[in-house]
Write a protein that binds this ligand. Structure first.
Ligand code: ADP
Ligand code: MG
Length: 252
């Protein structure tokens, strides 16, 4: 039975998409069947997994407006063991399209739950907002994984995010759990990264993944080649750390 994990944080640039791409790819590398779902109109998860977002025939947007069935939007075997539901900028109109639609919080859930048993993991990349797209990801998911960037304002906005998750759990998806937080862009050369990790550990009553993702230039380069890190530079520290995270997620 597929486990559905949404990668969310309404802050931009904290490593959501990088985590969504590379966690998906490393789970697939370990032989798990993975479906990667791109819910951010930027479409960076789509292109980062090597799918041409601008020439994708059907996308998440078509699912939302009822112009496509789930099986028509799945891009099979973008990588070995890994299917992708692509997105592009069209999705930015979804918020408007959803106004007044019945069960608008469950459109993606209803679609994904039809295929989830074909996968071990479904990984959903969320946009940097607490919008209806994020709500759709959270009603679909079993759990939310929150990337936290190791920088000074790390805790800012986190209580709002946790409140949102709790509201969705209370009103829309009683099964929803907080999977945990994962630290990203850790820079071992600065005290700041270490202080942020200590501070968050002291102040956040949530599960924290042991794996900490370091700042690694290879992780930033890989998307422009349309490759996840395990393909782009399989021996990099970035690849090793996302493999460790995948292992932890599997064993959870
Ligand atoms: P989000 O999806 O939360 O907006 P991204 O995953 O797109 O964040 O990351 C923001 C930027 O930081 C991107 O340019 C990405 O390549 C870069 N980045 C993310 N994680 C790392 C990392 N561990 N090391 C180096 N660069 C990173
Ligand atoms: Mg992103």
């Amino acid at each position: 039975m597929g486990r559905i994990i949404a990668i969310a944080n309404q802050k931009g640039g904290v490593g959501k998409t990088t985590t969504a791409i590379n966690l998906s790819a490393c789970l697939a590398e370990k032989g798990k069947r993975v479906l990667a779902v791109d819910m951010d109109p930027q479409g960076n998860m789509t292109s980062g997994l090597g799918v041409d977002k601008d020439n994708a025939e059907k996308t998440v947007y078509d699912l939302i407006i009822g112009e496509a069935e789930i099986n028509e939007v799945i891009c099979q075997e973008a990588l070995e063991n890994l299917d992708v539901i692509p997105t592009n900028i069209d999705l930015s109109a979804a918020e408007i399209e959803l106004i007044g639609v019945e069960d608008k919080e469950y459109i993606i859930r209803n679609a994904i739950h039809r295929v989830k048993d074909e996968y071990d993991f479904v990984i959903i990349d969320c946009p940097p907002s607490l919008s209806m797209l994020t709500v759709n990801a959270m009603t679909t998911a079993d759990s939310v994984l929150v990337p936290i960037q190791c920088e000074y304002y790390a805790l800012e906005g986190l209580s709002q995010l946790i409140h949102t998750i709790e509201l969705v759990k209370e009103r829309l998806n009683p099964e929803l759990e907080i999977e945990g937080v994962v630290f990203t862009m850790y820079d071992a050369r600065t005290n700041l990264s270490l202080q942020v990790v200590e501070n968050v550990k002291d102040n956040l009553n949530q599960n924290i993944y042991k794996t900490i993702i370091p700042r690694n230039i290879r992780l930033a380069e890989a998307p422009s080649y349309g490759m996840p890190i395990n393909k782009y530079d399989t021996k990099s520290t970035g690849a090793e750390s996302y493999r460790m995270l995948a292992e932890e997620v599997i064993n959870r």
